[in-house]
Design a protein around this ligand. Structure first.
Ligand SMILES: *Cc1c(COP(=O)(O)O)cnc(C)c1O
Length: 432
């Protein structure tokens, strides 16, 4: 890098002599370089170098920070002076992750949390009181259902479950008591697509906040804030990490008052992200745009192959023109994602056979990993839900979910073919 280039780049960074310690994770990088494309943001946003001039982000493995004087401590504790206090609520490595994710989502503020579920818990604690209602889509993540319908219920918060794609049902469910509208799109595992913009209009009319769980798409494929959402929810455990290493979560918002409430909840309740995990996620974010495009390409290739297989009875992938959410996905996403699901002839027995016949794919409930994972939702992720409710969600015994990884798609197809070919062969013999 020549001196002119060095200066141009340095202009984007927080000066090295300044303590990295603003109390709020305001997105300075975005303001400094508003024109960066998402691939650049993923690599550059949020880094503030220390006086050591390190190239890669450092891990600040420290629980607390020292003050120059008693008066300095008092000022920083009160929030009157920016600066780190205690890693439950301010840590430079965590802040770098927050700023980078905020930049990617096109948001101003971010709060990182210990897990995706603690992000949702923080959101609920910060915005709801006894007597309030949540309107939430039926097919959200299983623990989100339990948090809303079991735990929050004990605190007097009532959840109303709404079919994701039924706008009239949303209109009926969002009442003056509704303070939070919670949507996950695409849904798990059948990839239904919500009309986020239309739901945001209904939420705004009722003065309720709209939160969108963006785990499936990540900001690379979908930016909920631009579609009218007030809060973006993340489980960093999935694609943001991308290699199945750490558990973490985050909330991204544009409104300063809402951010203050979330930050104060995190600070007081304490579900903080560890600096080490934040560092892993920072490294994950650097390759997120590249990986998401590759996940989409691989999933599309596997979906195309599955449409031709005689043992596949039904296939859920929003990239297929036959998928009911295809048009909506085209309107609000820039890619169809890396997750698909399909039904096989013969119920649970056949589904398990396909899963057990794989030799490469990992049998695990995690998703968004570089490794392809296969799951039988009815007996794992959705087993705590009643059979009737599962049916209503389309989670049948014959359904298999695949989080398509970054292996060569021909190897992924060959792995799925082991069990699918057996089923096709069996039904051919039966028919003969
Ligand atoms: C995994 C997941 C969560 C919860 O995140 P954790 O990091 O496991 O706590 C929430 N929503 C969706 C869509 C998820 O896939």
């Amino acid at each position: 890098m020549n001196p002119a280039q060095a200066q141009a780049v340095a202009g984007f960074f927080v000066p090295a002599v300044r303590l990295p310690g603003e109390r709020w994770c305001r997105n300075e990088m975005k303001q400094a370089a508003p024109d960066w494309e998402i691939d650049t943001q993923a690599i550059r946003a949020g880094q503030s170098r220390t006086q050591e001039h390190e190239h890669s982000d450092p891990i600040f493995a420290t629980s607390s920070f020292v003050f120059d004087s008693a008066a300095d401590a008092a000022e920083k504790f009160s929030g009157n002076r920016p600066g780190n206090v205690y890693s439950r609520f301010t840590n430079p490595t965590v802040r770098a992750f927050e700023q980078r994710l905020a930049a990617l989502e096109g948001g101003e503020y971010c709060v990182a949390t210990a897990s995706g579920m603690s992000a949702i818990l923080c959101l609920a604690l910060a915005t709801l009181s006894a007597g309030d209602r949540i309107a939430v889509s039926v097919n959200v993540f299983g623990s989100t259902v339990s948090l809303f319908s079991k735990i929050l219920k004990r605190f007097g918060v009532i959840a109303d479950f709404v079919p994701l794609t039924d706008l009239e049902a949303w209109e009926r469910a969002i009442t003056p008591r509704t303070r939070l509208v919670f949507v996950e799109s695409p849904s798990n595992p059948t990839c239904e697509i919500a009309n986020i913009e239309a739901i945001s209009v209904l939420a705004r009319k009722a003065n309720a906040l709209l939160a969108v769980d963006n785990v499936y798409c990540t900001p690379v494929l979908q930016r909920p804030l631009a579609l009218g959402a007030d809060v973006v929810v993340h489980s960093a455990t999935k694609y943001l990490d991308g290699q199945g290493r750490c558990v973490g979560g985050a909330l991204v918002v544009n409104d300063k008052d809402l951010f203050d409430k979330l930050f104060d909840t995190l600070r007081t309740a304490g579900p903080a992200m560890s600096p080490f995990n934040a560092w892993v996620f920072l490294k994950g974010l650097e390759t997120l745009p590249l990986r998401m495009r590759a996940h989409c390409d691989n999933a599309a290739a596997v979906a195309c192959w599955l449409t031709e297989h005689p043992a596949v009875q039904r296939l859920y992938y929003p990239g297929l023109t036959t998928h009911p959410g295809h048009e909506q996905a085209l309107r609000q996403q820039s890619g169809f994602g890396g997750i698909l699901a399909f039904e096989v002839a013969g119920g649970r027995e056949s589904a398990w056979q396909v899963i057990d016949a794989t030799r490469m794919a990992s049998i695990t409930a995690n998703l968004g990993d570089s490794r392809t994972t296969v799951t039988h939702p009815a007996s794992t992720t959705h087993s705590r839900i009643s059979a009737e409710a599962r049916d209503a969600m389309g989670v049948r015994e014959s359904l298999i979910r695949v989080s398509v990884g970054l292996e060569d798609p021909s190897d992924i197809c060959a792995d799925l073919a082991r069990g699918l070919d057996l089923i096709a062969e069996r039904s051919r013999i039966c028919a003969a």
